[in-house]
Design a protein around this ligand. Structure first.
Ligand SMILES: [Zn+2]
Ligand SMILES: [Zn+2]
Length: 415
């Protein structure tokens, strides 16, 4: 597998003389299997150069996959500037953690609203599919991808890519659960042990190492690791190489040099086969299987099949709007988000559509006396209450009954 770093800076892009060598762009890496499968992990500002590089190669029908760790700016700001998404004929799959409210598509579309950016997500020329992920395992062509929740003030996934007999793990952004571990001391147990198991025997670990143990007391709860913790973790999990990344924007190149020199001196004192380096923007790392190492695959507990659900494809919105201009405008907006829109003009039609499609939302025009949206709303709610009562009255309290009840609840809330 071949990995190239396109963004190594944490939190905010920091171009300038003090970061010229390690790079000022935020998180983005490119991974390619020997067979050519292209996976981009995170698309911070580094995604711009990667996109230019891909399109300048002249490939019209570009096919790739983008794994987003989380939707903090420094991990998604390259998306609106990622040229391959604007090339007709290109095909991209974008994956990210499934949140409780927003889908990955909604979160990415949010930063491309007109207030922030002149082109909306649905105006990208490429064919884009979205996948909301939970913990588990799935395949992207010949690359096996495992996901693992990280400890960060946003729903965040780490990714483990396995192909060509090697394993690469990307874990940004993550703070050890034990504060003691962040200071470079203590045992790796509990959730921290689970994290170590996720990266177990990786050939390359690309890990958030934004702070140092000395800086950590002022950064507790910020959701980042320390260099000392990452080095201990790499040794504990028998990792081959560790790439320190998500460099603090306040850390200049010389300071990173000193950090790496100190780590290497310590590793020499206590003989260790671990290779530690600080990721450099533009750097390419070729990873080949070590004949002596055996299988890089992890134990079976992470092999569970992972459901990948299309974020919005099955959502349905009902529209009770008489004004044809308004109806057309609302419908266009909704369909641009990949959501089905259904119209009704009377309660009989509404009843039929609700029973058939179980809409997540009903939008009603209310302009009395011409059109009584509130009356329609009350009638729909009454119908749903009756249906819920009938459902409970029949005593269908099993999982199916519970699920139906939940959907009724959702419909009421949306109304
Ligand atoms: Zn970050
Ligand atoms: Zn973050």
């Amino acid at each position: 597998m071949r990995v190239q770093f396109w963004g190594t800076r944490g939190s905010i892009a920091k171009p300038g003389p003090s970061t010229a060598r390690y790079g000022g762009n935020t998180s983005c890496i490119e991974a390619r299997s020997a067979r050519g499968t292209l996976v981009v992990v995170d698309c911070g500002t580094g995604g711009h150069s990667l996109g230019q590089n891909l399109t300048s190669a002249g490939s019209k029908g570009l096919r790739g996959h983008i794994l987003i760790s989380h939707t903090h700016w420094d991990h998604i700001q390259g998306i609106p500037f990622f040229a391959p998404l604007f090339v007709p004929g290109s095909e991209w799959d974008i994956y990210g953690p499934k949140g409780l409210g927003q889908s990955m598509r909604e979160a990415l579309a949010g930063q491309m609203q007109y207030t922030y950016f002149p082109v909306t997500l649905d105006q990208c020329g490429a064919r884009i599919r979205y996948h909301d992920l939970v913990e588990g395992t799935f395949d992207i062509d010949d690359i096996k991808v495992s996901t693992h929740y990280l400890n960060h003030p946003a729903l965040t996934l780490g990714y483990r890519l396995e192909a060509d007999g090697v394993a690469v793990v990307y874990a940004c952004d993550h703070e050890p659960h034990s504060r003691m571990l962040a200071t470079g001391h203590g045992d790796i147990t509990g959730q921290d042990l689970r994290h170590a198991e996720f990266i177990n025997r990786a050939d390359l670990l690309i890990h958030d190492a934004q702070y140092t143990a000395e800086e950590y007391p002022a950064k507790v709860g910020w959701g980042h690791s320390t260099v000392e913790y990452v080095v201990n973790l790499g040794q504990f999990a028998q990792v081959k190489r560790v790439a320190l990344t998500h460099h603090d924007p306040l850390r200049d190149d010389d300071a990173i040099d000193r950090l790496v020199a100190n780590i290497r001196a310590k590793l020499r004192e206590n003989p260790s086969s671990l290779d530690v380096f600080a990721a450099v923007e533009g750097q390419i790392v070729e990873i080949a299987p070590s004949p002596a190492k055996g299988s890089a695959r992890r134990a079976g507990e992470f092999q569970a099949e992972m459901p990948i659900a299309p974020a919005l494809a099955e959502w349905c919105v009902l529209l009770g709007i008489a004004d044809t201009k308004m109806a057309a405008a609302v419908s266009k907006t909704i369909r641009a988000e990949g959501i089905h829109a259904k119209f009704f003009s009377n309660m009989d039609e509404a009843r039929t559509l609700i029973a058939k499609h179980r809409p997540s939302l009903v939008i009603l025009e209310h302009d009395p006396p011409r059109i009584d949206g509130m009356g329609t709303c009350r009638a729909i709610r009454q119908q749903e209450s009756d249906a819920t009562a009938r459902c409970h009255g029949r005593g269908t309290g099993g999982s199916d009954g519970g699920g139906r009840g939940g959907r009724h609840g959702l419909a009421h809330q949306a109304l």
